[in-house]
Design a protein around this ligand. Sequence first.
Ligand code: FAD
Length: 338
Amino acid sequence: MDAEYDVIVVGAGMAGVTYARTVHDAGQRVLLLERSRGLGGRMATRRNGDDVWDHGAQYFTVTHPDFHTLVTDWVDDDLAAIWQGRIYCWDGETLRESSRAIRYVGLPGMTALCKAMAEPLPCRLQCRVEALERQDGLWRVRSGQSIWLAPRVVLAMPPEQAARLLPEEHPLLRHTTAAEMLPTWTLLMSFVSPPQLPFDGLFINREPLSWLADNASKPGRPASNDWVLHASPAWSAAHLALPAEEVAALLEHAFLDLCEQLAPGVPVPARQSMQAHCWRYARPAGQASARAFLESADGLALIGDWLQGGRVEGAFLSGVALARQHCGLPATLDEEEV
Ligand SMILES: Cc1cc2nc3c(=O)[nH]c(=O)nc-3n(C[C@H](O)[C@H](O)[C@H](O)COP(=O)(O)OP(=O)(O)OC[C@H]3O[C@@H](n4cnc5c(N)ncnc54)[C@H](O)[C@@H]3O)c2cc1C
């Protein structure tokens, strides 16, 4: 039977969408499969009525010229903008201004970027891939009753999720088991009026918190009083099994404590809603790998932020590096076969 596609990409975060769009533009038949209802993966936007939160990636920075070129196009197309927020750091004693890095956000939310890139691509949402089987030189990709065939499959997801799909004793497994991702509990809060805090984003170096941001301070967001709080990786790992309601109560307590330290005596407005969510595989525990992607001779490949330092830019670089190799374009990063 003929392969229906040249390549099937599993996972529609920044890495998978970048890869898929690049090979599509080079003329290859690509299919993108994503288990969630929307595109973007950890570049997630959550809505509840008029309330909106970026509850995964908060912003992204740019260092590589290739990513710079793409981000410049996004800015020109009103898909991204610079977040001019007041960003501070708090260590429990001193509030100081953070680095003056240029921080970009998607418009009107972080998901907008993957949505725009995936626009021309054949894509199935709410399609959780359950198994990969090798047959007659092709990969059979199965989700429920559906099966697709291709000589190449790219798994664009955190290593633990890729490991569940790799066949037993596959050579790529040792790479996925060697990598570790750390969790992040997030708390999405909305208030009846704006909390009076002297910053728009705050790096917190004091347990249990690591980050706090006023979502409405980002460009293109509605003027609602929606705030995002992140727990530290260590605290999140220690509280992985706790029900979300209990985590929400603990993190709200930590937030109120923080407000009292930063703005003593200033009342915090009444809360309208709060919701906790755990990103089980939020960020890689280790350093960037020496390889932008991993590929085996049988046509399976792994890409994702975890191979390139765990950020939005790393996910892009991983996806584009593999796509370049598959399209016969010059490489910009190290590439190696397993
Ligand atoms: C709380 C948090 C805060 C962050 N803050 C920042 C930040 O400020 N700046 C920054 O640069 N980065 C940040 N990051 C990291 C950034 O979000 C990631 O680096 C980037 O989005 C990863 O993209 P990816 O494509 O590699 O993976 P993902 O975005 O995780 O995409 C993987 C996709 O695969 C799908 N998938 C998994 N298994 C299957 C399956 N079996 N079948 C079908 N689909 C499947 C998933 O649903 C997901 O959509 C943050 C991440 C988190 C969680």
